[in-house]
Design a protein around this ligand. Structure first.
Ligand SMILES: [Zn+2]
Length: 110
């Protein structure tokens, strides 16, 4: 039986030619869908201050996830937007959509 055994199932070439980790792409897609669902579940007309803060935090993360996916497609996943250094695997484990290293994220917050 002849199959195309050389077909690479783990990566697809993005515009830049760098490999895109499909598992990360799928994880981000899943996280995005989950956030969208959370937003849909909110009744905008009946939000109190806590509800508004909750919605805003979902929207912020959603935006971060989308930015992260664009960077992933550009071959920039795991590269810090602040210093160009590496976003550690540990950080990406906790926050797969992180686009900055711990140091830069701390600087942004302060
Ligand atoms: Zn950095």
């Amino acid at each position: 039986m002849t199959t195309h055994a050389t077909t690479d199932t783990t990566t697809t070439p993005p515009a830049s030619g760098a490999p895109v980790p499909l598992d990360v792409y799928e994880e981000l897609t899943r996280l995005e869908a989950a956030r969208v669902q959370q937003l849909r579940a909110l009744d905008d007309t009946a939000l109190d201050a806590v509800g508004v803060a909750y919605r805003d935090s979902i929207l912020r993360i959603l935006e971060e996830i989308r930015t992260s996916r664009r960077r992933l497609m550009a071959g920039l996943h795991g590269v810090c937007t602040g210093c160009g250094g590496e976003v550690t695997a540990e950080r990406l484990e906790l926050r797969p959509w992180a686009t900055s290293c711990t140091d830069c994220a701390r600087r942004e917050r302060s």
